[in-house]
Design a protein around this ligand. Structure first.
Ligand SMILES: Nc1ncnc2c1ncn2[C@@H]1O[C@H](COP(=O)(O)OP(=O)(O)OP(=O)(O)O)[C@@H](O)[C@H]1O
Ligand SMILES: [Mg+2]
Length: 340
């Protein structure tokens, strides 16, 4: 990336990005004040028309569709609580479900909301796409990538699909010459990419993430997924779990990390002939699931038990400064390059 001074003209800030996940949609754009990210909850709620009065009174934005009322984003969760209903999600385990008509419409509204208008017609917009899940062979990314591309295009952008975990590598390993393993621990899945000097040597996803931890821990202690999620987000220390519920969360966190590391070893074996890692590389971690207290230390502890099996040397484990925004920011770096 060139280091020339940035004139204030808005067209100087061309190139945007959007990271579309199971729980959150995050966009990134350069402004006079630096990189700005916007986040919205990837959720919606459909309500009976009888709720219209109440929504109008409380000033909640809604869309009318075929006799139904549609609330999207963070408000969907809030209003769902009021009505004792559950907000729905357009994605499941990181991917669009085929034939979910509602989901497409909702994603269109949400993506438009976080991206705003393009700075010029067909401005480049990099959008995140997970790698194919190694443990859900019946689900591929082709439909997902195609449909999201169409939605971003309809918002007025030139849509460029880009790997989610590679975005972590781009954002977090400049000082390592863009060499490292990027991991995005999300809600529906975990994405991994390994790169040396910006060249992707391997990428894959596993269909396990925060939701899987919540569900597993809930079952283990006979609680609800929502409660376990709140506990997990509410300030647990994974290295010192207190009580049965925290213990269960830590067990599932450990299992997710082991599973991810084991899959790195297995997947690397498949590319070993064509790809060499000439020096120790960092592992950089992002995604909401990595925001649990003590995650990096906990990850390191699990890594120690697996280090001998790993097919390359790890120089260090680093946590992204902004774990929720790192992917959108890494995508943005790539979008900006098109204009330099
Ligand atoms: N402070 C926190 N501590 C632990 N977990 C958290 C915290 N904040 C959010 N999470 C979890 O992070 C996950 C959401 O992360 P993220 O936004 O990276 O996922 P996503 O990109 O929407 O999903 P995916 O990439 O899997 O489709 C959820 O499981 C959520 O419960
Ligand atoms: Mg994600």
């Amino acid at each position: 990336m060139s280091k020339t001074a940035t004139p204030a003209a808005p067209t100087q800030f061309r190139g945007v990005s959007v990271d579309i996940g199971t729980m959150n949609i995050v966009s990134a754009r350069r402004t006079e004040k630096g990189v700005e990210t916007r986040r919205v909850r990837d959720a919606f709620l459909d309500l009976d028309p009888s709720a219209k009065r109440m929504l109008k009174l409380s000033g909640v934005d809604f869309f009318e569709r075929g006799g139904e009322l549609l609330i999207v984003g963070d408000k969907a969760l809030e209003i769902a609580n009021v009505f004792g209903k559950e907000a729905r999600r357009p994605l499941s385990q990181g991917l669009l479900a085929a034939g979910e008509i509602d989901a497409l419409e909702v994603l269109g509204l949400l993506i438009k909301q976080v991206l705003g208008d393009p700075a010029e017609p067909n401005e480049a917009c990099y959008y995140s796409v997970p790698a194919a899940p190694v443990d859900a062979p019946d689900r591929d990314i082709i439909y997902h990538q195609g449909v999201l591309g169409r939605i971003v295009t309809e918002c007025g952008f030139r849509a460029v699909p880009s790997n989610e975990a590679m975005a972590v590598v781009f954002n977090e390993t400049a000082k390592d010459g863009f060499s490292g393993v990027g991991i995005s621990f999300g809600s529906g899945m975990s994405n991994v990419a390994l790169a040396v000097n910006t060249i992707e040597g391997m990428s894959f996803s596993v269909a396990r993430g925060g939701d899987w931890i919540d569900a597993g821990a809930a079952k283990a202690v006979g609680s609800t997924q929502a409660r376990m999620c709140a506990l997990k987000e509410g300030g647990i220390d994974l290295t010192r779990p207190v009580g049965r519920e925290q213990e269960a969360l830590a067990v599932y966190y450990k299992s997710l990390i082991e599973y991810t590391l084991d899959n790195i070893t297995a997947q690397f074996a498949r590319v070993r002939g064509q790809f060499a890692v000439p020096r120790p590389i960092p592992i950089v971690i992002a995604g909401g699931t990595s925001m649990a207290g003590g995650f990096t230390e906990f990850f390191q502890q699990v890594l120690e038990t697996r280090r001998k099996k790993l097919p390359f040397e790890v120089s260090e484990v680093r946590h992204a400064k902004d774990p929720l925004g790192a992917i959108a920011q890494g995508l943005l770096l790539q979008a900006i390059q098109e204009y330099e």
